[in-house]
Design a protein. Structure first.
Length: 225
């Protein structure tokens, strides 16, 4: 009887806690950590040590282009590891260093934009924001054909064609990666791309015909004389 009574009291509790447990959201997967590459930059601010602070380019060997930071490896490793390497270095000068390190990855924007540019920016910058940094697209720019050249981890280059005119597309909110090249193609125009070249060809043929006719007449005049 005691066992049955215990089960009778336990079943309602399980019925109440079961759905609640099922409604709990699953833990989010950890996002992949970014990795700096040579040519990127870092912004370092060390509290009360201006000689350690500034924007520095990542050297070819993965270190920081600063006389004091040459032994700090920050490229080719997760950014959390790069931060730990910097902390270990600064601990030589201060027991508990207070600093901020911010990654700045390089991106190139060219083609039909107002101001073609190569610049360093934060990793969370989107394709649309990178285009805005270049002054936006020109009137001749094809926003439905924006090419993204991106180097894959295996070293191969991938080309993506993005449509930034489609309101349903999320291409404009895609975050950039280190070394991305964004190229805005020129918008096609029937007058500029087809009609004018055709008229040029027709004009050239007509000019050639006139030249041949003049040469023929000159030869006839010479023969008659």
């Amino acid at each position: 009887m005691r066992t049955l009574l215990s089960l009778a009291l336990l079943l309602p509790a399980l019925a109440m806690t079961g759905p609640a447990a099922a409604q709990q959201p699953a833990p989010r997967a950890r996002t992949e950590q970014g990795v700096l590459t040579p040519g990127d930059s870092v912004r370092i601010v060390v509290w009360r040590k201006p000689e350690f602070s500034g924007d520095f380019v990542v050297a070819a060997d993965g270190s920081i282009t600063h006389p004091l930071y040459r032994g700090v490896q920050i490229a080719g490793v997760p950014f959390a590891t790069a931060e730990a390497n910097l902390r270990a270095f600064l601990s030589r000068f201060e027991e508990n260093p207070q600093f901020v390190i911010e990654p700045l990855i390089r991106v190139a924007v060219s083609g039909e934009v107002t101001r073609p540019i190569v610049f360093a920016t934060r990793p969370e910058t989107t394709i649309g924001e990178a285009l805005a940094q270049a002054g936006g697209t020109r009137e001749t720019g094809a926003r439905n054909r924006v090419r993204l050249l991106r180097t894959q981890p295996n070293g191969q280059q991938q080309q993506l064609v993005l449509d930034l005119q489609d309101p349903k597309s999320s291409a404009g909110t895609m975050p950039i990666r280190s070394g991305d090249q964004i190229i805005v193609d020129r918008r096609k125009s029937f007058l500029r791309d087809f009609l004018l070249p055709a008229l040029g060809v027709i004009g050239s043929i007509a000019s050639l015909g006139l030249l041949i006719d003049r040469v023929g007449r000159s030869n006839n005049n010479i023969n008659n004389n």
